[in-house]
Ligand binder design. Structure first.
Ligand code: CA
Length: 287
């Protein structure tokens, strides 16, 4: 199996994030949070069409009724299907927060969490946009809400609040979306960097972009199984794509790098591809 890292788009995204494979168009959809824009990339040519959005964009998911649902700074919006329109707002006193990472569960609910612009500890939350467009405030006391993934049987939800340097798991009830019994399944506190975005493969392996460590880790049953090194220090998230879901796409960021660090990492902000020798699971669609 090859772990060669290819550059798909040398995008220089300040904060490239949220990759998701859109099986309807066979394109990789991802965001530049600060752009703010939603990118749709033909991964064979690198050609990228972008949707400008009116507010910072944390995450985007394909929507069954057309276009996408995006977690913008102030709430959940429908984009890419006519004019952008807000579905529902979330509480945001003083506009101090924005949405960050998010993903759909196997039933099609859109889970997304927030971050304070100053990353204030405990200021953020995790929300769930149900398929009927109602929003539930699921968790508070979060600092940097990031990676989400569900086991293939739908019984477990994995979640990352980055500064904890952990991957936690919850028991998950598919029919209601209820979560319970939070516990830690991976502890990265002994290493450098923080866990950021995450995806799961068809064998149940968790792939986690480790911000600051320049790597994507694979964990199997809580044990570090593989390390994919990248030519940038700040990978942000990863998702399986390609028509056979056998390609891992990794987003990255130059946010916060010094001028000399950016000179050393000219690919910071690029979109990368690796063929890791394992297949992913098709992304869930909203609704
Ligand atoms: Ca992130």
């Amino acid at each position: 199996m090859s772990t060669d890292v290819e550059v798909v788009v040398a995008a220089e995204a300040e904060l490239g994030e949220g990759p998701v494979w859109d099986g309807r168009t066979n394109r990789l959809v991802w965001v530049d949070i600060m752009g703010p824009s939603i990118h749709q990339t033909d991964v064979r040519t690198g050609r990228t069409d972008s949707i400008a959005v009116p507010l910072h964009v944390g995450a985007v998911v394909p929507r069954a009724l057309g276009g996408y649902v995006a977690a913008l700074q102030d709430g959940f919006w429908v984009v890419g299907d006519g004019p952008s329109r807000r579905l529902t707002e979330v509480p945001n006193p003083g506009g101090k927060l924005r949405f960050n990472d998010g993903k759909c569960d196997p039933v099609g609910r859109f889970w997304a969490g927030t971050i304070a612009y100053d990353a204030a500890a405990g200021a953020a939350s995790l929300y769930c946009l149900d398929t009927d467009e109602t929003v539930t405030h699921v968790l508070d006391g979060i600092t940097i809400s990031n990676g989400l993934a569900w086991s293939r049987d739908g019984d477990t939800m994995f979640y990352i609040d980055s500064p904890t340097k952990r991957i936690d798991a919850f028991n998950f009830t598919l029919s209601t979306g209820a979560i319970s019994d939070r516990r830690t399944v991976v502890d990265l506190s002994a290493g450098i960097g923080e866990p950021d975005g995450m995806t799961i493969d068809a064998e149940g392996g968790l792939w986690v972009a480790v911000w600051g460590a320049g790597a994507v880790h694979r964990y199997v049953f809580g044990r570090l199984d593989r390390v994919l090194k990248l030519p940038v220090s700040q990978p942000t998230s990863c998702a399986f794509g390609g028509t056979d879901l056998d390609e891992l796409y990794v987003t990255s960021a130059w946010k916060g790098l010094s001028k000399s660090e950016r000179n050393e990492q000219p690919l910071a902000g690029a979109l990368f591809r690796v063929r890791p020798g394992v297949r992913g699971v098709a992304a869930h669609v909203y609704g």
